[in-house]
Design a protein around this ligand. Structure first.
Ligand SMILES: Nc1ncnc2c1ncn2[C@@H]1O[C@H](COP(=O)(O)OP(=O)(O)OP(=O)(O)O)[C@@H](O)[C@H]1O
Ligand SMILES: [Mg+2]
Length: 262
C-alpha cells in the first residue's frame, strides 16, 4: 500500500534578516534533503532541538508553506496537484493543533463560532448538519455544552487546548499535526490531553505528526520517531527501539539528556 505521505529530497531555505537578508544573500537551510514515508494511521513523533526544522516540515506538509524543491505526495498525488485541484479536501484532511491554544483561538469569537468556523469555510454541510457535528465533537473532546457561549480568555490552558483539538476534529480530518501541543501545560493537564489524543487516534484511525522537544511526551503517544538536526533527518525508528538503542550520536545525546534528570 502507498504511504499516506511520501517525501523525498525535500528542501527549504529562508533568507535570513528579511529584505536585507535577501540583499546580502544570507540563507538559513531549514530542511536539507529530507526523505520520509509516513504510513496511514501511524503516530509519528518529530523531535529535535529548537531550530532543527520541525515546524517548517509540518507547515510544508500542511500546505501552509512552500518548499523549495523535492517530492511531497499525499495519497500518491503531488501536494501541488491537491492544492490546485482539491484544495478544500486537502485542507479538510490535514488539521493543525498549536502549542498555544489561546493565541490560536480568535479572542472575539465564542467557542461555538470558533468550532463552527472550519465547517463554514471548508464543508458543504447545512446548518442542521453543522449543529449535529458540533454536538458529536464536543462529546468526543469531553467539552461541556456550557463552554460554547463563552470566550477563549475564560478558559485555562488545558481547557483551551481541548477546545483547539475539538476544532481540529470538526472537519473529520485524516491527519492531525500537533506542534508542541502540551508544552505549555502543567504535567497533570499534559497527561489528560495525551490520554485524549491517544483515545481519539484509536477511535478515528487518525495519523498523527506529533512535534515535541520532550521525548517522554512523545513516548506516550507515538509509535515511531524521526529526529531532525540542523534541517537533516538523522534517525528514524520505532519509538522503543530509538529510545533504548539510539544509533546516531546526536540521538544518543538527545536521549541521554532527556532521561538523565528523571
Ligand atoms: N519564516 C521564516 N523566516 C526566516 N527563517 C525562518 C522562518 N521560519 C523558520 N525559519 C528558520 O528555519 C529554521 C527552522 O525553524 P523551525 O521553526 O522549523 O524550527 P523548530 O524545530 O520548529 O524549532 P522550535 O523547536 O524552536 O519550534 C530556524 O533556523 C528558523 O530560524
Ligand atoms: Mg517549532
Amino acid at each position: 500500500m502507498d504511504p499516506l505521505f511520501e517525501i523525498s529530497d525535500l528542501r527549504k531555505t529562508f533568507s535570513s534578516g528579511g529584505w536585507l537578508g535577501i540583499q546580502s544573500g544570507r540563507k538559513t537551510i531549514a530542511l536539507d534533503a529530507i526523505d520520509l514515508e509516513i504510513p496511514e494511521g501511524c503516530s509519528l513523533g518529530i523531535v529535535g532541538e529548537s531550530g532543527s526544522g520541525k515546524s517548517t516540515l509540518a507547515r510544508i506538509i500542511a500546505g501552509l508553506e512552500n518548499r523549495d524543491s523535492g517530492v511531497l505526495n499525499y495519497r500518491g498525488r503531488a501536494i501541488d496537484d491537491w492544492l490546485r485541484k482539491n484544495r478544500k479536501a486537502y485542507l479538510r484532511d490535514i488539521q493543525f493543533v498549536f502549542q498555544d491554544p489561546l493565541s490560536s483561538l480568535n479572542p472575539r469569537r465564542t467557542i461555538r463560532r470558533s468550532l463552527l468556523a472550519p465547517l463554514e469555510a471548508l464543508s458543504n454541510l447545512n446548518s442542521e448538519e453543522r449543529q449535529k457535528r458540533l454536538e458529536t465533537v464536543i462529546e468526543e473532546a469531553q467539552l461541556e455544552e456550557s463552554y460554547l457561549d463563552r470566550y477563549p480568555h475564560e478558559f485555562s490552558g488545558g481547557q483551551a487546548q481541548r477546545i483547539a483539538i475539538a476544532r481540529a476534529l470538526m472537519l473529520k480530518p485524516k491527519v492531525l499535526i500537533l506542534d508542541e501541543p502540551v508544552s505549555a501545560l502543567d504535567v497533570s493537564i499534559q497527561a489528560e490531553i495525551l490520554k485524549l489524543l491517544r483515545r481519539l487516534r484509536k477511535e478515528h484511525g487518525l495519523t498523527y505528526l506529533f512535534i515535541s522537544h520532550d521525548l517522554a511526551v512523545v513516548k506516550e503517544v507515538c509509535s515511531d520517531i524521526v529526529v531532525l538536526h540542523d534541517g537533516k533527518l538523522v534517525e528514524q525508528n520505532p519509538c522503543d527501539e530509538l529510545l533504548q538503542s539510539p544509533k546516531q550520536a546526536y540521538t544518543r545525546m538527545l536521549v541521554s539528556s532527556a532521561y538523565s534528570f528523571k
